[in-house]
Ligand binder design. Structure first.
Ligand code: HPA
Length: 273
């Protein structure tokens, strides 16, 4: 079988050969969150393309490199740029980043993303600490052959967005200038933004925000018992909430406008994790 334990070990063996420390915290940086990687001290930078059995980010806004070093006093491995199903990968391949973290010895992971605000009380520039998700796609990254070395076939997801890490994120929120909520993320395939009818349905179903990433990583983390914190940056109001059109330039512009406080917020969380 293609995606067996040895397949993922090959990626980890290569990365391990480039470092002489064990990263404690893994960070996946989504759209507009990439500049945080510049803060990593004594960075060892590995382009994704150099890592065997790893994927290459095709999204022009994603740098596509692994950065290992120290952030806020902690040893970290940072992915600047992530992989999305809409890029054409198989769902099973999207397990690669979290499984790489796990094999490198990472204890806790932060995933960030850009998302559309469905909850009408949110504003562009707000942050949502994810407490749960709805997987509108239905599909699972751990489908097919179960890699027992990572986790069991059937696994619990009740604390997937780990309460202890959410508590830290709330505590750090009190020191941030950002408006920070807690909410539910709805996973959509993309790459198109949603229709207004889809957004109305998402609102009725209990989604507070909507995006095209994070869920494959969160499910993979739950499978291998990795505590996870999910942070969504609201880059725009979702279709029909109070705007008719969603514009990718607005997504990037909002992300850039809160980049500095968001970077400080994530560093504070890393320091207290
Ligand atoms: N929908 C889906 N994904 C997104 C959005 C959105 O409105 N904004 C940023 N990522």
């Amino acid at each position: 079988m293609k995606y067996d334990f040895a397949y993922f070990q090959k990626s980890a063996d290569y990365v391990r050969s480039k470092i002489d420390f064990t990263p404690e915290i893994g960070i996946i940086l989504g759209t507009g969150c990439g500049p945080l990687a510049d803060e990593v001290e004594n960075p060892i930078v590995i382009p994704y393309g150099d890592i065997p059995n790893f994927l290459v980010s095709t999204n022009p806004d994603h740098a596509g490199k692994l950065i290992l070093g120290t952030l806020a006093g902690k040893k970290v491995v940072c992915m600047s740029g992530r992989f999305h199903y809409y890029e054409g990968y198989e769902f099973e391949q999207l397990t690669g980043p979290i499984r790489l973290f796990k094999l490198l010895g990472v204890q806790k992971t932060i995933v960030t993303n850009a998302a559309g605000a469905v909850n009408p009380s949110y504003k562009p520039g707000d942050i949502v600490i994810l407490k749960d998700h709805i997987n509108f796609m239905g599909i699972a990254p751990t489908r097919g052959h179960n890699v027992d070395e990572f986790g069991r076939r059937f696994f619990d997801v009740s604390d997937m967005y780990t309460k202890a890490l959410r508590d830290i994120a709330h505590e750090c929120a009190s020191r941030s200038t950002l408006t920070i909520h807690e909410g539910v993320y709805m996973y959509m395939c993309g790459p198109q933004f949603e229709t207004a009818a889809e957004i109305r349905a998402i609102h009725i179903m209990g989604g507070d925000c909507v995006g095209m990433s994070t869920v494959p990583e969160a499910l993979t983390a739950a499978h291998c018992g990795m505590p996870l914190l999910g942070l969504s940056l609201m880059t725009n109001m979702a279709t029909g909430v109070n705007v008719e059109k969603v514009d990718h330039n607005e997504v990037n512009a909002t992300a850039a406008s809160v980049e500095a406080p968001f970077r400080e917020y994530v560093k504070d969380i890393v320091m207290h994790m």
